[in-house]
Design a protein around this ligand. Structure first.
Ligand code: HEM
Ligand SMILES: *[C@@H]1O[C@H](CO)[C@@H](O)[C@H](O)[C@H]1NC(C)=O
Ligand SMILES: *[C@@H]1O[C@H](CO)[C@@H](O)[C@H](O)[C@H]1NC(C)=O
Ligand SMILES: *[C@@H]1O[C@H](CO)[C@@H](O)[C@H](O)[C@H]1NC(C)=O
Ligand SMILES: *[C@@H]1O[C@H](CO)[C@@H](O)[C@H](O)[C@H]1NC(C)=O
Length: 334
């Protein structure tokens, strides 16, 4: 009797919850097949081992420049998820793999994932996927950069396909305008708003001259240099990046307000100091300017960023196909 009446009363609540999940794109991760605390039984130390390895590397007090490697891991999570889904395809070595793509030229920090994997293989062999390690490490990197934390889901399996041409076609170029950027994220089931929020990762980013060629020297037939760059900033960028003699050791910090993981990136956009077209357009285009302005609030940015990362980390994940790699750099031998 009591059981029946309970069912009757709970049914509408369940239907309501399910439909809420269905309409809110930002909550799609709730039903993506991944789980919080995924390794709590199979490898209880999984997340803490990753955290320790990331921290040991990027918070090395003898070398504060190691914080750049933290940014590298955040970018790597994005470049993994946009190609074949979040399946660690970006970590595979070999002829013509994603790692060799032009767009991945400056990707860094894969050694940190290797280290975490090696430690986890010692405690729980064959259990924790490289794809999950990468997403945990991205979160831990944000925390190392003084950003706020979020719950990372687990359960991704590692993929066996990795192609450079897919990376170059799936990962958006820094020369894209708002429609191009939005289309790129929409193809992965992510919204324009999520694109603007995830771009906030550039708060701790740096860029290389090679990616500024178009904007500084080859913009269009009437303007060699993008006229949206203020003259003084354009002059500064050109002196760092003299035409045709790019030095790969030179990098330009995007968020000149603060290197930490905060809303400073959006403030630099308001100041017209976005490094790439894909950054500045978020403020310059009237469709996304209001969101950029609201994200200059640290509290709002931190909350939205974690939610958007959970959504991105669920893109095209493999729940049944694929494998748990033994070595993040290569697929398992038969
Ligand atoms: C919206 C489209 C995006 C474009 C066009 C874009 C483009 C770029 C470019 C050109 C660089 C500099 C590479 C170099 O010259 O070294 C960069 C760096 C970076 N990006 Fe993005 N990005 C986008 C979105 C994202 C997202 C969604 C994330 C993560 C959530 C992200 C995280 C980073 C980080 C952390 C760096 C710095 C990496 C390092 O210093 O090693 N980006 N991005
Ligand atoms: C930190 O990680 C980077 C990038 O993977 C690597 O080159 C460097 O040797 C590591 N440093 C330490 C102290 O672990
Ligand atoms: C680090 O984060 C805390 C809390 O979010 C903030 O109060 C503090 O100013 C931040 N520190 C730096 C150096 O950004
Ligand atoms: C070049 O870009 C500027 C600024 O966006 C624009 O006003 C101009 O019409 C463009 N020229 C051509 C030929 O597309
Ligand atoms: C490239 O830049 C680095 C760092 O600024 C500098 O040490 C090096 O001398 C430069 N190399 C050339 C060939 O200009």
């Amino acid at each position: 009797m009591a059981f029946t009446s309970l069912n009757i009363h709970l049914l509408p609540v369940f239907v309501f919850l399910l439909s809420t999940v269905g309409v809110d794109a930002g909550a799609a991760y709730l039903s993506n097949g991944l789980q919080n605390d995924y390794y709590r039984h199979s490898c209880p130390t999984a997340e803490s081992v990753v955290r320790r390895v990331v921290r040991a590397n990027v918070s090395d007090p003898s070398n504060p420049n190691n914080l750049r490697f933290a940014a590298g891991l955040v970018r790597m999570s994005f470049h993994d998820c946009f190609v074949e889904g979040c399946d660690a395809s970006v970590l595979l070595n070999g002829l013509g793999t994603e790692k060799t793509a032009r767009i991945n030229k400056f990707l860094q920090s894969s050694e940190i994932i290797d280290k975490a994997k090696q430690e986890l293989e010692k405690v729980s062999p064959g259990v924790v996927s490289c794809a999950d390690i990468l997403q945990y490490a991205a979160r831990d990197s944000v925390v190392a950069l003084n950003g706020s934390s979020w719950k990372v889901q687990g359960g991704r399996r590692d993929g066996c396909v990795s192609r450079a041409d897919s990376a170059d076609s799936e990962i958006p170029s820094p020369d894209l305008d708002l429609d191009g950027l939005t289309a790129s994220f929409n193809r992965k089931g992510l919204s324009r708003d999520q694109m603007v929020i995830l771009s906030g990762a550039h708060t701790s980013a740096a860029g290389h001259c090679e990616n500024l060629v178009t904007r500084l020297y080859n913009f269009n037939s009437t303007h060699a240099t993008d006229p949206s760059i203020p003259a003084a900033y354009a002059a500064q960028l050109k002196s760092l990046c003299p035409q045709r003699t790019f030095n790969d050791s030179v990098f330009i910090v995007l968020d000149t307000v603060s290197p930490f993981f905060d809303a400073g990136y959006y403030v630099t956009l308001e100041q017209h100091q976005g490094l790439f077209t894909s950054d500045q357009i978020l403020f310059d285009d009237p469709r996304t300017r209001p969101l950029v302005e609201s994200l200059t609030d640290n509290k709002l940015f931190e909350k939205d960023f974690g939610e958007a990362m959970r959504a991105m980390a669920a893109v095209e994940v493999k729940l049944y196909e694929g494998e748990i790699r033994n070595d993040c750099r290569m697929i398992n031998p038969y």
